[in-house]
Design a protein around this ligand. Structure first.
Ligand code: SMG
Ligand code: MG
Length: 369
């Protein structure tokens, strides 16, 4: 395949309600889409870098810069020799920038699969045609407001609730949610690195609430700290930000820092590395689930395909489009009895609706060979 043109498209889509985490609050989803035009087919991907480098060191305009200055010209120079499978090794010289690498690899993979009429789900090794949906619930201004939100998601049919926590918003909201909605509800928490090693005894108090897991309590670089924490807390520790590759996943498991892993393809450099992490975990009996970065339909479609692999045994943050957006740029993903359907069409199986995409687009840049 030959890469002829790449469009970097900035879109801004309003959220149905603000989403607050321990590192900030988001009102509008600003995201970079990557649209590749090859000699054989076109492909789409969504770069999960957020507007500010707060979830990780990557951020939207930085992602566009590294794609424009380095990655796209280099892949164009490959001429006819471009394949999705060769991108990671071609760009291996560049340190980090995994979300940008993931975006260009996924867009090329989408084009390649469309050209050969294969779905991403079947290419990755999916074994399900629908996946159970969890929902991530942000930090609220009051416990009452939180309970109203959780009730609404349960009424919609979500099968698992994840509460965002931070110091000052942890034991009490978790206790009230557990007591209000009962022992059977699947419940977990995500701290997005908001705690430190001295918080072990405090976090151990969460053990009383029968949580599935505590996600990324400590700094992303503190794998040892998570291993120490795992000794003082009974609830399983699940790493998100820390796991940036299959090698790190294997090390973190070996050290006892994580017994469940959240896989986000953008964070790890793409879906191919995501499958490798899935396999590393499966070999070690470590369950995985698919994380989310508030994706639009383009990114959501690919995540749902990945979540259909066999070792994705916990519900992911693979919610319906309506969790975040009144209007998606593709056909929306909908909740059916708590599940989201795995797209079966060629490639990621969805494409943006041109008029809708145009309405949310704030800038398009075209890079040609
Ligand atoms: O897509 O539902 C989603 C987002 C789920 O909580 C979510 N993502 O750390 O897991 C995480 C966060 C990262 C983004 S928060 C703005
Ligand atoms: Mg997380």
């Amino acid at each position: 395949m030959r890469l002829e043109h790449v469009e970097l498209i900035n879109v801004e889509v309003p959220l149905v309600s603000p989403f607050r985490t321990s590192f900030g609050i988001e009102y509008v989803h600003e995201v970079l889409l990557v649209h590749v035009i090859t000699d054989q087919a076109e492909g789409w991907a969504e770069c999960v870098a957020m507007e500010r480098p707060a979830y990780s060191s990557e951020y939207g305009s930085g992602a566009a810069a590294v794609l424009r200055e380095f990655f796209i010209p280099e892949l164009m120079q490959l001429g006819d020799n471009l394949t999705a499978e060769s991108i990671a090794s071609t760009l291996h010289w560049a340190k980090g920038h995994r979300m940008s690498k993931a975006a260009i690899e996924t867009a090329v993979l989408d084009a390649q699969l469309r050209a050969t009429d294969q779905s991403l789900a079947s290419y990755l090794g999916a074994v399900k045609d629908r996946v159970p949906a969890g929902v991530s619930v942000g930090i609220h201004d009051s416990i009452d407001a939180l309970l109203t939100s959780v009730q609404g998601y349960l009424d919609e049919g979500y099968l698992r609730i994840k509460l965002k926590i931070e110091p000052g918003w942890d034991l009490e909201p978790v206790r009230v949610v557990r007591e209000t909605f009962g022992a059977d509800m699947l419940l977990q928490v995500d701290a997005n690195t908001a705690y430190t090693r001295v918080d072990g005894p405090h976090l151990a108090q969460l053990d009383a609430f029968d949580l599935l897991l505590i996600e990324q309590p400590l700094d992303e670089e503190d794998i040892v700290g998570h291993a120490l924490l795992a000794k003082s807390v009974q609830t399983p520790i699940c790493l998100d930000e820390s796991i940036v590759s299959a090698n790190i996943a294997a090390d973190a498991i070996e050290m006892g820092a994580t017994t469940i892993i959240n896989i986000k393809p953008g964070r790890v450099g793409g879906y191919l590395e995501g499958v490798r992490i899935h396999d590393v975990c499966a070999e070690r009996n470590i369950p995985v689930w698919c994380g989310g970065m508030l994706e639009l339909g383009i990114g959501r479609a690919a995540n749902v395909a990945l979540a259909a692999l066999p070792n994705f045994t916990l519900p992911g943050d693979t919610s319906a489009s309506s969790r975040y957006f009144a209007e998606d740029i593709t056909e929306p993903f909908v909740l059916e009895d708590g599940y989201v359907r795995v797209p079966q069409g060629p490639g990621i199986g969805v494409t943006p609706i041109p008029e809708t995409l145009a309405r949310f687009t704030v800038n398009t840049e075209r890079i040609s060979r």
